[in-house]
Design a protein around this ligand. Structure first.
Ligand code: ATP
Length: 390
């Protein structure tokens, strides 16, 4: 077993051996952590949390703040190295922040000199590599975090968890006798069995092939919702984030750049980075002139009331652009990529800039064809020179 696997199993042990049920989590003064009458209490709250590793001058996570409601699935999305795993590890208690406060279930678990170890945080974890114990059966793997319960309670929890993930009939098998998707469900059942307040999932599907991924992400989303579990799910895959999330938080260089519903992240990204990372986007320069923003692709309403004379970059998504063959036009189709459901065209504009257009799968335009380019953005989103949405 490699170091990574050993470390993971150690971490599971730390998380799984002593879970404090949600109802028993109390404030220091003995009051319930969350008033019963509150319909959607906040289960996790991060307030300006930062983390530098070793003597690194650059923060892995910098002043991150967000809250997650009970039963909500929050997805942290971002490129490799942006701080997603570090954020999960800070919440789980595998790392200590150097600044800020973390609360779980109304209790401060990390702040200044306060630091609760993982086993006191009521958190379950699901890892990318499943981290199942190879020498234990499915049932024994799920039993791993239940040693504090009596035999009958253990049996009930195991049965409920395996039922929830649809693996009741495979409880006697060993991990090597299961598919990757089934192993990941066992990992989820093991994380859910102790009844944690929060489940943290770190790129849980990245070892699965595309078909299996698509299937299991829907299954996992509905299993978590059925269990009413609060979850934070980490991925670098935008499609996965949109499918599974109630809300998506986009991280870049350790900072949370936007936290919102999937539609808002896609249609009204807060930064130029998000616009390009979440889906495809081209950017065309524009100049604000009164009620209008003038660009090479036409004139658009100045909906945000930007100040006259301001130079901006307007986001254009491929699905915002229509093409029509036109011998008189100076724009030319450079390439066509058939993608099954659509054709992605790259068009050379008179300025030399390139722009992309998504057209129906049966709309065929040969490269070299001159075309008129019509932009119909669903939302006019402009960024200033600092890459911030205006
Ligand atoms: P990925 O998607 O590749 O897993 P991530 O978004 O989860 O990336 P993190 O693993 O949180 O990113 O890493 C954030 C930054 O912190 C990176 O620059 C990484 O090199 C650094 N880092 C992570 N773990 C450690 C560590 N134990 N010691 C030193 N630096 C670390």
């Amino acid at each position: 077993m490699g170091n990574v696997a050993r470390k993971r199993i150690g971490e599971i042990a730390a998380v799984g051996t002593k879970i404090i049920p949600w109802e028993q989590v109390s404030h220091p003064d003995g009051a319930n952590a969350v008033p019963i009458s509150s319909p959607r209490p906040m289960v996790i709250r991060l307030d300006r949390v930062s983390k530098h590793y070793g003597g690194d001058a650059i923060a892995a996570v910098e002043e991150i703040s967000f809250s997650v409601e009970q039963g909500e699935i929050l997805v942290l999305l971002g490129p490799s190295g942006c701080g997603k795993t570090t954020t999960l590890r800070l919440i789980a208690g595998f790392e200590a922040p150097d600044g800020g406060r973390i609360e779980i279930g109304g209790r401060t678990v990390a702040h200044d000199t306060t630091f609760l170890p993982p086993e006191q945080r009521g958190v379950g974890m699901v890892f990318q590599d499943y981290a199942l114990f190879p020498h234990l059966t499915v049932q024994e793997n799920v039993a791993f975090g239940l040693h504090h319960l009596g035999a009958e309670q253990q049996r009930n929890r195991i049965a409920e968890s395996l039922d929830l993930v649809g693996l009741s009939t495979l409880q006697g098998r060993y991990p090597y006798e299961l598919s990757g998707g089934q192993q990941q469900r066992v990992a989820l059942a093991r994380a859910l069995a102790p009844g944690p307040q929060v489940v943290l999932l770190d790129e849980p599907f990245s070892n699965l092939d595309a078909d299996m991924r698509a299937q299991i992400r829907e299954d996992v989303g509905s299993i978590l919702r059925q269990a009413g579990t609060t979850a934070i799910f980490v991925t670098h895959d935008q499609e996965e984030a949109f499918v599974i999330a109630d809300r998506v938080g986009v991280l870049n260089h350790g900072r949370l750049e936007q936290l919102d519903h999937s539609e808002a992240i896609y249609h009204t990204p807060a930064t130029r980075f998000i616009a390009g990372f979440v889906g495809s986007a081209d950017f065309v320069p524009g100049l604000v002139q009164g009620e209008r923003i003038i660009t090479e692709l036409g004139t658009f309403p100045n909906q945000q009331g930007l100040s006259v004379g301001q130079a901006v970059e307007m986001m254009i998504r491929p699905d915002d652009i229509d093409l029509a063959p036109d011998e008189a036009s100076e724009a030319t189709v450079l390439t066509r990529q058939f993608r099954g459901a659509d054709n992605l065209y790259c068009v050379h504009l008179p300025s030399g800039r390139k722009i992309h257009s998504s057209q129906g799968s049966t709309k065929l335009i040969e490269p070299g064809t001159r075309v008129t380019v019509k932009a119909n953005p669903t939302h006019v989103v402009c960024f200033n020179i600092n890459g911030l949405a205006q």
